[in-house]
Design a protein around this ligand. Structure first.
Ligand SMILES: [Zn+2]
Length: 574
């Protein structure tokens, strides 16, 4: 072990380092948390302060501060050594210093140069722009290190070259490009936003064009320093706040992120693009378990956006979507009169992801020609969450999709025989409380239908004439009869749907609810016996009426006595 490594290990505490990435809880002698290297819901990641090591009982990763930082930040040993030496205040001997050290230096030099240019007369146009965006206060420029890249071809390159920076290093930093007439600056005529990684290392720049041609925003190219999929704008500043406030606010671009941070939403980061990667999601999940996504109204409905929200939710974060009034972005909203209150309200009313997804697809779900596609889309999202995470949303989703919860479950996790197309109701979504035809149908008889529907063994073993005798309601009995006819439930369902018959499905839905009060499918015996008692009671009342009217035969009277004894035995009161 080199002296530097020993010194670094002496000075740094592993609990503190890992605590920056994992929420740790003291458990006995050690600390525990959710493993940052694999997805889990119960903590199997343990950190020992005594031994200065960590170990995960789930994925078996373990080691010391060096291996931890290398793995979590995707660094090589030398880079980790640089980073930890910096934290520990240990000066590394020259041979241990890294080449990337000099790249970081070049980046910091460039950043300073951009900031200096903003203050010069040439920066007037940029200052005017920032003033329009209400970002010109000196403390804001300072806090976010905003700069200006003048329009000249090689201002930065000339400066760097004078400082002894090689063309290769400047290229590796993404600051210059090779053209026909030589090397020239990548960022020209743009307001500059430095982009740092989670540990504060300057890895890239973003440039906003002021006027003239070109993309509105350009970023540094990916390379030695910068990996787009691992980077979140302002994460270095937001990290502490996210832990304290126990939530992260995710926005799309620079302006929104800056505006929210300025308005004290210091837990804000930007994805710099609508599609979120798994790496970004994992980084956020390490800091908090709640994420409020706050994209532009237009962007939020996009396919890619919703997909990336599911990526987030899948990491274990609970995602909710903040809805900004149409035509505004968060930046504009916060700057409007009452902006702060309006934004607070939007945060409070943020919708859980699945609810948001359904709301965003509402009009497509309502139109017959787009319903199937929209339904599949939502089903796909639910499926991506896995059964445990999807469960809390199933009731709401099934209602919105016009499917029964059990049908939706089967679509999601069944053997694949069930497709969306033959299960989608052709009518308005099921509203159990206002279902037609069965507002007064006996719920328990519907429950019997439901149990038959769900349980193929029960269906085969039952004696149809005995079971059908238990029904008092014609429509419900007809449903039971259809189920007992021998057709598969899938066939029956498509048959009903193709004929536009929704009553059977409403009856089954009602039955599903009632079955629960009998303990689900296990309640079969109790339900049959209760229905039998009610059937006897009905017969008893009919016979009593006939006797009172003098219309009863001798047989009737005997049957009446039989029933009276039987009902008494079972407890005659309802
Ligand atoms: Zn693990």
């Amino acid at each position: 072990m080199s002296d530097s490594v020993r010194l670094i290990k002496e000075r740094l505490d592993i609990v503190e380092l890992i605590g920056e990435y994992v929420r740790l809880r003291k458990a006995g002698k050690n600390y525990q948390g959710l493993c940052p290297f694999h997805s889990e819901k119960t903590p199997s990641f343990s950190v020992s302060q005594e031994r200065q090591t960590y170990h995960c009982f789930g994925c078996n990763r373990g080691g010391d501060i060096f291996s931890f930082l290398m793995e979590i930040e995707g660094l090589g040993f030398s880079e980790a050594l640089e980073n930890l030496a910096g934290r520990a205040g240990v000066e590394l001997p020259k041979q241990e210093r890294l080449q990337t050290r000099s790249l970081s230096d070049v980046m910091e030099m460039a950043s300073q140069w951009f900031r200096d240019r903003l203050r010069e007369s040439d920066g007037e146009v940029a200052r005017a722009y920032l003033k329009r965006r209400n970002l010109c206060a000196p403390e804001i420029l300072e806090r976010f290190s905003i700069g200006w890249a003048p329009s000249a071809w090689d201002g930065l390159w000339t400066f760097l070259r004078k400082k002894g920076v090689t063309e290769k290093d400047a290229t590796d930093c993404g600051l210059v490009m090779q053209g026909k007439h030589g090397v020239y600056d990548r960022f020209r005529g743009r307001v500059i936003f430095p982009i740092r990684d989670g540990s504060g290392r300057l890895v890239a720049f973003g440039g906003r064009i002021i006027d003239g041609e070109g993309a509105k925003y350009i970023n540094s190219p990916e390379g030695i320093l910068y990996s787009k999929r691992r980077t979140l704008y302002l994460l270095d500043k937001a990290k502490q706040s996210i832990r304290e406030k126990k939530r992260v606010i995710l926005v799309e671009g620079y302006m929104d992120a800056l505006r929210l941070q300025i308005h004290d939403y210091t837990e804000t980061v930007a994805s710099l693009g609508t599609a979120l990667t798994e790496e970004q999601a994992q980084q956020l999940n390490r800091l908090s378990d709640r994420c409020c996504i706050c994209y532009d109204a237009d962007a939020a409905g996009q396919e890619a956006t919703i997909r990336s929200m599911y990526i987030l939710q899948k990491t274990g974060l609970s995602v909710s979507v903040v809805r900004i009034p149409v035509g505004k972005d968060p930046d504009e909203l916060l700057q409007s009169a009452d902006g702060h209150e309006l934004f607070e309200e939007a945060l409070r009313k943020a919708l859980p992801l699945v609810s948001y997804h359904i709301a965003a697809r509402r009009s497509l779900l309502d139109a017959p020609e787009t319903r199937k596609k929209a339904t599949e889309d939502i089903v796909e999202g639910l499926r991506s969450l896995g059964p445990v995470d999807a469960e809390p949303f199933l009731s709401k989703a099934s209602e919105a999709l016009g499917l029964f919860p059990h049908v939706l479950r089967e679509i999601l996790y069944g053997n694949g025989s069930k497709k969306v197309e033959n299960t989608v109701s052709r009518d308005a979504p099921v509203q159990k409380s206002t279902a037609p035809d069965c507002t007064d149908c006996p719920a328990m008889e519907a429950a019997l239908c439901f149990m038959l529907w769900r349980d193929i063994k029960r269906r085969r073993e039952s004696e149809p004439h005995v079971l059908l005798g238990l029904f008092s309601h014609d429509t419900v009995r007809a449903v039971a009869e259809a189920i007992l006819s021998g057709s598969s439930v899938q066939d029956l369902e498509s048959q009903w749907l193709s004929m536009g018959e929704t009553a059977p499905l409403h009856i089954l839905a009602l039955g599903g609810e009632t079955a629960d009060t009998f303990g689900g499918l296990n309640g079969w015996d109790a339900l049959v016996s209760e229905l039998g008692r009610r059937r006897d009671k009905r017969e008893y009342e009919d016979l009593k009426k006939a006797m009172q009217h003098g219309a009863a035969t001798q047989e009737d009277i005997e049957r009446f006595r039989e029933l009276a004894v039987a009902l008494k035995g079972m407890g005659r009161s309802n």
